[in-house]
Design a protein around this ligand. Structure first.
Ligand code: ITT
Length: 206
């Protein structure tokens, strides 16, 4: 059988394929099932959106489906862009446009301050995972976060999305400067995946 992830985000596909390699099953994404429509993410929370994506795809495909809803919450922006992270600079915006918008918003707040501090605000990435089984109608869910800073000095070519702007003081690097392996060890998605694995193990041994 296969693992199906309800995503069209290539960065997520890469991370799930890497993280789930040990299961020895192919990891499919929505690129493999064009019959599943683009799912409208109108939830107010990561959890709502993740459940909606997993259920829509799972019911259509008649197979268990894993969905990831995630985003960046920036403290100086009162938690924005949050659930709007993928479309911060507008519907269908490219990562670079979203990143430019984020720096512009933070630099606006700095106007008038005579500081050259590159670390603009504390922030966290949040990931909510929902695994839906259409045979039982049940969800298994987990979430994870990673704390860091938004830097005005983007660095690194790895990862995706806001990774070049997300600075980890403990590594003295951005998330985009980490290998897939290193990112998985610290990231919101890695943490959520570990919690999900634990929960699934518990249900198997119940
Ligand atoms: P799917 O719904 O198809 O999975 P999406 O990109 O629309 O793809 P989300 O609605 O969950 O997914 O939006 C997540 C956005 O948050 C993503 O586009 C990035 O901008 C950001 N993001 C999430 N995880 C990230 C990570 O690990 N590194 C960098 N940015 C991340």
């Amino acid at each position: 059988s296969v693992i199906i992830v309800a995503t069209r985000n290539q960065g997520k596909v890469r991370e799930f394929a890497h993280a789930l390699k040990f299961l020895g099953k192919p990891v499919h994404s929505m690129y493999d099932y064009p019959q599943v429509p683009e799912i409208v993410e109108d939830g107010e929370t990561f959890a709502e959106n993740a459940r909606k994506k997993a259920k829509t795809a799972g019911d259509l495909l008649g197979h268990p489906v894993l969905a990831d809803d995630s985003g960046l919450c920036v403290d100086k922006l009162n938690g924005e862009p949050g659930v709007y992270s993928a479309r911060y600079a507008g519907e269908g915006a490219a990562d670079e446009e979203n990143n430019r918008k984020l720096l512009a918003e933070l630099e606006k707040l700095q106007q008038g301050e005579d500081t050259e501090q590159p670390l603009l605000s504390t922030a966290r990435f949040v990931c909510h995972l929902a695994l839906y089984d259409p045979a039982t109608g049940e969800f298994t869910e987990a979430s994870g976060t990673v704390e860091g800073w938004i830097t005005s000095e983007p660095a690194g070519g790895g990862g995706f999305g806001y990774d070049p702007l997300f600075y980890l003081p403990s590594y003295e690097k951005t998330l985009a400067e980490l290998t897939l392996e290193e990112k998985q060890a610290v990231s919101h998605r890695g943490a959520a995946l570990r919690e999900l694995a634990e929960k699934l193990e518990q249900t198997v041994h119940k």
